[in-house]
Design a protein around this ligand. Structure first.
Ligand code: HEC
Length: 218
């Protein structure tokens, strides 16, 4: 090889190296500026992740009357809850038992049955409450039936006046043969307030009974 060729090669290599250095310098200065303490490439500080789920230790919601709402309720068709109450003798104070839709043994009492007759917009969206038609005043109450109290419900329908008893709507304790069962579970096209059957409305009610511990088999 003669000297001329060597010169060309050295020249080309020098130009190439200078070019690479210049390029690295431009990239460095571009991202870090004129400083030697650049930490751009350092790992970002690991921060505590933002929780997306509410911690399980959140205080339970408070209802208006200060009672703590807990979700340990049973689930049951509203019609079956009334049925269980009727079959158990329709007591005003004593607890009755029922099996909920998940097969749990549960316990409830009349205080959970009463609101079903009083609340509007309950059985069907937008529906009137039962008591808006079946109220305490026998002169205007439809079917002379008062569903506004325990005494009214057990006094029955087609009553002559506030003192007398009428037709037992609870079927004498035989739920499926009762007038109440019939009017809740059978749509009656020509009776206002009863045009829809409401058998499948499921509600939260009652409390699960402690499960009996099974005796271990030998
Ligand atoms: C829009 C008014 C209205 C509403 C609301 C209403 N009812 Fe009635 N209900 C009537 C009328 C009217 C009759 C009478 C039908 C007849 O004369 O055969 C009746 C009859 C009944 C009867 C039969 C009484 C008998 O001796 O024949 C029962 C039981 C009954 N209602 C229960 C209820 C329940 C429970 C609710 C709430 C889920 C309710 N009703 C809501 C209007 C209403």
């Amino acid at each position: 090889m003669n000297d001329d060729v060597k010169k060309y090669i050295y020249g080309a290599v020098t130009v190439f190296l200078v070019g690479v250095l210049a390029w690295v310098a431009i990239v460095y200065i571009n991202s870090c500026g004129f400083t030697l303490t650049c930490i751009r490439g350092a790992q970002t500080v690991a921060r505590t992740p933002i929780p997306t789920l509410l911690p399980a230790t959140m205080p339970a919601m408070q209802a208006g009357d200060g009672k703590v709402i807990v979700s340990d309720k049973c689930r049951v068709a509203a019609v079956d809850l009334i049925g269980a109450w009727v079959e158990a003798g329709s007591s005003e104070t004593e607890a009755f038992q029922f099996t909920d839709i998940n097969g749990l043994n549960c316990e409830s009492n009349f205080t959970e049955v009463m609101p079903l007759f009083v609340e509007s917009n309950f059985w069907v969206s937008g529906s009137l409450s039962c008591v808006s038609c079946h109220s305490v005043d026998m002169t205007i109450s439809l079917a002379q039936l008062d569903l506004s109290s325990y005494a009214g419900i057990t006094a029955g329908s087609r009553r002559a006046d506030a003192e007398s008893k009428g037709t037992d709507i609870l079927g004498g304790g035989k739920w499926e043969g009762s007038l109440l069962y019939d009017f809740l579970t059978t749509a009656k096209a020509d009776i206002p307030g009863h045009t829809e059957a409401v058998s499948d409305l499921v509600i939260f009610a009652g409390k699960p009974l402690p499960t009996p511990t099974s005796t271990p088999k030998p």
